[in-house]
Design a protein around this ligand. Structure first.
Ligand code: HEC
Length: 99
């Protein structure tokens, strides 16, 4: 079962859907408080700069925080726990495109 899930997971990101940066911009509004409007991060919140990061890295980071085994952050969790795979992909497309 785990293997099937893992295959589905990889497949859904590699083949699944076209990323929509415009939709990602809308979803990003709730990230601004910590990561900043321009994605440059916020030292007071200990939130790192994410603007211009590779989209695959943004996706794998958010997934890692969502699963909570490899990476944990109780402050950010409420903001990402209900994101769908499509939401995460769209967010990644937008964040990655930020200069
Ligand atoms: C309450 C503050 C807060 C909010 C809101 C928040 N984050 Fe974060 N985020 C953090 C903190 C703090 C870290 C660093 C966590 C760590 O490494 O332990 C982080 C880390 C990340 C990372 C990993 C960066 C890296 O280089 O590894 C990504 C990607 C990210 N956030 C995306 C988002 C997105 C997308 C949203 C909105 C859906 C969001 N965050 C909302 C605080 C926040």
């Amino acid at each position: 079962m785990k293997l099937i899930l893992a295959i589905f997971f990889v497949f859904s990101f590699s083949q699944g859907f076209a990323q929509d940066a415009a939709r990602g911009k809308g979803l990003y509004q709730k990230c601004i408080a910590c990561h900043g409007e321009d994605g440059r991060g916020n030292a007071a919140e200990e939130a790192p700069m994410i603007a211009g990061q590779f989209d695959w890295y943004i996706i794998s980071s958010i997934e890692a925080f969502k699963l909570g085994a490899e990476r944990k952050n109780p402050k950010m969790l409420p903001f990402i726990k209900d994101l769908s795979n499509a939401d995460i992909a769209d967010l990644a497309a937008y964040i990655s495109s930020m200069k």
